[in-house]
Design a protein around this ligand. Structure first.
Ligand code: K1U
Ligand code: ZN
Length: 169
């Protein structure tokens, strides 16, 4: 097992569009183990491969209270979204300390492979639906702050750059 380092906004690598996973093999299964360990260690409810500088379509999620219900989505594709949306407070492990509202579909259905290469459809609502949409955005190179106004986004960018400069001193 290994803890992986998480890219921080505004790292341009966060805007890379991920490619499909070609085969669910031992390399991908090890990556899943390491991503879950990294997500739990960082106290996140999700992590996309993009955030650890791996540009393949792979997501891990656990929204359970007990932190014992990991969900692995490989090559996820949105197959249905609800007609209704909701404004939700979001955070991001790549933008630490920043929380703001983003409008998302209330419910989504996603087709994906699991860690054994089996096809499944996930029917998500509530926090799981929000998290799935947030993580799928990462695979498209999109960070949640891009939904905010240019003024807010620029303030966040400046704050992050300053924090990273101070950290590296
Ligand atoms: O992708 C990520 O950076 C993980 C992110 C997922 C997420 C949280 C909240 C809404 C949408 C997506 C996080 O886990 S942020 C950190 C966090 O622990 C958290 C924040 C709000 C609610 C629950 C957890
Ligand atoms: Zn995020």
């Amino acid at each position: 097992m290994a803890l992986l380092s998480i890219l921080c906004y505004p790292d341009p690598k966060l805007h890379t569009v991920a490619k499909p996973v070609a085969a669910v093999d031992a390399r991908i299964q090890q990556l899943v183990v390491d991503m879950l360990e990294t997500m739990y260690d960082a106290k996140g409810i999700g992590l996309a491969a993009t955030q650890i500088d791996v540009h393949e379509r792979l997501i891990v999620i656990d929204v359970s209270e007990e932190r014992n219900q990991p969900l692995v989505l490989i090559n996820p594709e949105l197959v249905w979204s609800s007609p209704t949306t909701h404004l939700n407070e979001e955070g991001c492990l790549s933008v630490p300390g920043i929380y703001d509202g983003v409008t998302r579909f209330d419910a989504v259905h996603v087709n994906a492979l699991d860690e054994n290469g089996n096809n499944r459809v996930i029917e998500a609502d509530g926090l799981l639906a929000v998290c799935v949409q947030h993580e799928m955005d990462h695979l498209l190179g999109k960070v949640f702050v891009e939904y905010l106004s240019p003024l807010k986004r620029n303030r966040i960018k400046t704050k992050m750059i300053k924090a990273q400069r101070e950290e590296s001193r």
